[in-house]
Design a protein around this ligand. Sequence first.
Ligand code: DX5
Ligand code: ZN
Length: 214
Amino acid sequence: TNGIKIAPSILSSDFSKLGEEVVAIDKAGADYVHIDVMDGQFVPNLTFGPPVIKCIRKCTNLMFDVHLMIDRPERYIEDFVKAGADIIVVHSESTIHLHRVIQQIKSFGVKAGVSLNPSTPEEVLKYIINDIDMVLVMSVNPGFGGQKFIPAVVEKIKAIKKMRADIDIEVDGGVTDETIKICVDAGANVFVAGSYVFSGDYKERINLLKLKAK
Ligand code: DX5
Ligand code: ZN
């Protein structure tokens, strides 16, 4: 099936040297760069947007996995494509027209993903799951790094895997060497890790995640 991928979240990196941090996780063996965009509306925090993404695009050829935690993301899809996103993930809760925004993302030739908050059931994926490349399962409430993994999402991962066996399932929030394996066994294959990777030696931490995923 789909190989294990590690996507360090730059939310936990040192923003004063963001370019160097991106180069460092590339060298450390990251598969994707996970980029958390927050608007202070959909989530109670603010981060960065297309201009910052465009700047770090020069630092690496890694896939940019752009996680939009913003209201009505349809307003900004083109900006994120132009900034260098390879996959754009929107929250099902952030737009009335989920199907339309997925088609919009794909019209630019980039990959489309849909994210679900911890309380959102997988049923919302029913009529769009064949249109997307990835489902992002939030295993914490979005907005902040360093929170504790919510075990109830393991059932949701299993249910999504049943809906479509070949889809990439990404887990985001509280992923560590202790929580990764239960998610792999449930059917997930892409793992966001923010505080876990950035609070230690990046290469050691990424390798340990890959080891514990086996
Ligand atoms: C939370 C973000 C996550 C966050 C994860 O809203 O979507 O990507 O950076 O951080 P950790 O791995 O520390 O839980
Ligand atoms: Zn994220």
